[in-house]
Write a protein that binds this ligand. Structure first.
Ligand code: PMP
Length: 352
């Protein structure tokens, strides 16, 4: 760090992304990516002709992609905002609405805390209940920036849509951001509620169910007014934040929606297999509506299991945080990957 960095940034604890090791080929069950390739239309959209267009600036309005996404979700184009991954939108939301203070659970997506600190936002942290569900009552009537991942990460547990609506209704003077990064794997989306409530900001991503983590594409669905706030920030920072290839790939992915939704069904099936097998091995597994499970064993610590699996070429995610350090988050991959993961876990437990 240089001696010139602003004080607030000097003390900032940055987000630690999951490992992306390049040394050897791991079975990667650590960053909730999809095991399935992008659809055929996506692969052909990102072609030589498309690469030649990189000479020109991309469309800052992302018109084609915005219109197709609006059609898919049954909203108007003016109610869609696109950005460079959903992290970008979360960042914008803390920037835009942080003055009212923010409130989110103690165990949730780690970036919320970082964005709050980055923008000097006061936070109220609500502990999860003992069963790791979100204490929804604690979010009622706060009128702050409420940030809830639904399903939550890293627990995978989801809140019912009725509960989300209650939270939105009880906070008419606060923005309620529902982060739906994992909604396609069994959660209930609040997209339709955005037509009814002008304070609801529904955020989604192409990184998980749509196999496009490396392309960086996130979206928000919300009232015209909230969308124009986000546009204002985008046009005050980087209007070209979604490159040409990502715009083309995104529009193609929307055309192939059935392919992706079918893949989600496969993930759900693989999740059932994984949960079953882990439970047979004596693991406690939280009920997941996401493309990962959060599990702990009383035979081996979370950290040890993570390290031993890594030695055997399987990466899972361990969080060194008090309340959850016994657990690991395991991304649900292909059927074959999950069989190998279970096999290696059995081998490790056999050693103990
Ligand atoms: N929200 C949650 C809950 C996540 O786990 C992630 C992925 N790390 C994101 C948002 C960000 O996803 P992306 O920026 O790839 O859209």
């Amino acid at each position: 760090m240089s001696r010139f960095l602003n004080d607030r940034l000097a003390s900032l604890e940055a987000y630690t992304p999951g490992e992306q090791p390049q040394d050897k080929a791991y079975i990667k069950l650590n960053t909730n990516e999809s095991p399935f390739p992008p659809s055929k239309s996506v692969l052909s959209a990102v072609n030589r002709a498309a690469a030649k267009r990189l000479r020109l600036y991309c469309d800052p309005e992302c018109k084609v992609l915005t219109n197709s996404l609006a059609k898919l979700y049954g909203v108007e184009s003016k109610n869609i905002f696109l950005s460079n991954g959903s992290d970008d939108i979360l960042n914008f939301a803390f920037m835009a609405y942080g003055d009212m203070g923010a409130i989110f659970p103690d165990i949730t997506y780690g970036f919320y805390k970082v964005f709050a600190e980055l923008h000097g936002v006061n936070t109220e942290i609500i502990p999860l209940c003992d069963d790791f569900s979100i204490d929804s009552d604690a979010f009622m009537g706060k009128n702050k920036l409420i940030v809830i991942a639904n399903p939550n990460a890293p627990t995978g547990m989801a809140l019912a849509l009725d509960t989300i609506e209650e939270i939105v209704k009880s906070n008419p003077d606060g923005v309620v951001l529902i982060d739906e990064a994992y909604v396609d794997f069994g959660g209930e989306s609040c997209v339709n509620l955005t037509k009814k409530y002008d304070n609801l900001l529904c955020v989604g991503t192409f990184s998980k169910s749509r196999s496009m983590a490396g392309a960086r594409l996130g979206f928000a669905v919300a009232s015209d007014a909230l969308i124009s706030d986000l546009e204002k920030i985008k046009y005050s920072t980087n209007p070209y934040n979604i490159n040409t290839l990502t715009q083309l790939a995104g529009a193609a992915a929307v055309r192939d929606n059935d392919y992706y939704m079918n893949n989600c069904q496969k993930i759900i099936k693989n999740r059932e297999y994984t949960v079953n097998e882990l439970e047979k091995l004596g693991f406690t597994v939280l009920p997941s509506s996401a493309n990962f499970v959060f599990a702990k064993s009383d035979k081996i610590s979370g950290k040890e299991l993570y390290l031993k699996l890594k030695e055997k070429g399987v990466l899972i995610r361990h969080f060194e945080k008090d309340r959850i350090k016994d657990f690991n988050r395991i991304t649900i991959g292909s059927a074959k990957e999950m069989r190998i993961f279970i096999q290696k876990t059995k081998e490790i437990l056999g050693e103990f």
